[in-house]
Ligand binder design. Sequence first.
Ligand code: NAD
Ligand code: LMR
Length: 338
Amino acid sequence: QPPDSQMEDTSLLGRENCRSKGGAPGFKVAILGASGGIGQPLALLMKMNPLVSVLHLYDVVNTPGVTADISHMDTGAVVRGFLGQPQLESALTGMDLVIIPAGVPRKPGMTRDDLFKINAGIVRTLCEGIAKCCPNAIVNLISNPVNSTVPIAAEVFKQAGTYDPKRLLGVTTLDVVRANTFVAEVLGIDPREVNVPVVGGHAGVTILPLLSQVNPPCSFTTEEIRYLTDRIQNGGTEVVEAKAGAGSATLSMAYAAAKFADACLHGLRGDAGIVECSFVASQVTELPFFATKVRLGRRGVEEIFPLGPLNEFERAGLEKAKKELAGSIHKGVCFIKK
Ligand code: NAD
Ligand code: LMR
């Protein structure tokens, strides 16, 4: 019978230390919401990451099965499962990186903000656990609405006295992944050769692709700019509608989350030049949080890059994005302060 909690089977065999001592220094990573549509493929991808030595899978349902399954992969990380609130603290203790895809996804017709009611409370509880058990961990927050859940997490950490803005990162990588894909399609080139900065936040008009700053440098017609901006801003809705009630992006999101987590781990390891877009505490605009390119390092966000030169279309988009973002950030802060 598979163990139904903490999955101590590998360590009971006494070989865990040998495995982690053998290779390069590894990091301890927890996924909260590990049984979900994002959580499962993300767990698989993190189990394949050579920088991960220990992988903790926490959810309120189904972690015994997911853990048993993932733990059979012949990669380095030791996998343990944790089920339900009483095991949250064990799941979090000692973690270097905590990735949070816990919470409900959208159905057609819903906005990300419609998820606030349920997901705000889930994120609060999980962040209280982080503040208590691994206050120095880097946190990658995926649960929507990201524009509000990141401010919620910040307020929880402030109340606990553990807040370090360098270590709290909202995951907006899927917007960049989509932008790279759609731009590459238009240009007729390999998406792996494209890098599109996407700034602002992670919902509708707050998703602001900077098509004037695409690397490699290129130019677009007005029609292409309108098409690309609209497709990137509504990429999430495109998937929600295609899934027709069965949830939102999970596979591309797991890919994006694994890519971002890998960048955070390379930063933690001390690698140079690790730059990703992320929704973080920021002074780039007058808003307290904003997504831009950031440099990742041993302490998390080591440097926040400015927006760079914007064209008229992007300046107009920025104003719209800031207006909506201000409300979403305020809503998140008030949820904890009240
Ligand atoms: P899902 O319903 O398939 O999975 C969510 C998981 O969270 C479930 O396994 C559920 O049991 C678990 N969960 C619920 N309450 C929990 C709690 N208190 N503690 C731990 N786990 C809990 O949903 P999904 O498709 O995986 O999406 C998860 C979230 O990610 C949604 O809010 C979605 O909107 C968001 N999302 C964000 C992005 C992004 O770019 N940031 C992209 C896609 C989805
Ligand atoms: C996405 O961009 O795919 C996610 O934020 C999920 C959603 O609700 O669109």
